[in-house]
Write a protein that binds this ligand. Sequence first.
Ligand code: AMP
Length: 285
Amino acid sequence: MTLPLRIAVPSKGRLASPTTQLLRDAGIAVPGDDRRLLVPVEEQGIEILLARTDDIPTLIRDGAADIGVAGCNQLLEHGSDGIETLVELGFGACRLVLAVPNASTITSSALLSGSRIATSHPNVLAAYLEANAIAASVVTLSGSIELAPTIGAADAICDLVSTGETLRQNSLRMIGEVMRSQAVLLARVQTTPDPRIAVLQTAVESVLAARPKRYLMLNAPDAALDAIIALLPGLDAPTILPLARTDMHAVHAVVDAAELPRLLHPLKEAGASGLLVLPIEHLIP
Ligand code: AMP
């Protein structure tokens, strides 16, 4: 009997809701209001393991899960041996940066030698310091990193930021970037030959590819057909279908959602009618 494929999903925190949404869009039945942390979805041959995001790389590496989602900063921190990154998911974007109090005389990361740097990413920071020949000491804290300089626990910090607002609120100034991160779909290297991994990866990739796209349908009078087609962006030729009436054709095209606001009016002006814009659930280019 084949064992169920175990998928580790962040149970709470920043990556929980976008991950659950993505997997559901990909057709995976991630449970909603379930108190259990290991939920079998028998009809799909999977188990959902709800876990702390920070633990997910370790769970995958040790074989407690086959596949899962975490930040790539967390993957590097906990060791990526035996783990393959299948897909960059585009959410959870952030940067691991070095920062000092506004009043500090340190103006760049090269000047951090001799200082104490507080972080919850000791391994990534140590590798960065070694690679850049910076002789600083690492103070490992699990939270409230921004407070460390104020309370005298460190001279600088190495922390995750997305907008930089938390740094500003704590009178801290960025002096360097250690890495950029985003959420990633991870799999255990030993499990990747399992065809169910490729099936899941394709489902997830097709959802990500579809999200920024829309399916545009319109009717074009034959006299305006060329002008209307010329307005449509993209390399792929649109689909042209004959209509029951003889002087018009239907035009279908996949377009960027971001292009639509500036596209609709010229299409209408060119004579298009019956315009419909539909979401796309899956797209494989
Ligand atoms: P959690 O602690 O479960 O909320 O997840 C934290 C993960 O979310 C981090 O390891 C990053 O990969 C990601 N993330 C994205 N933006 C930020 C941010 N501004 N601060 C902290 N983590 C972030």
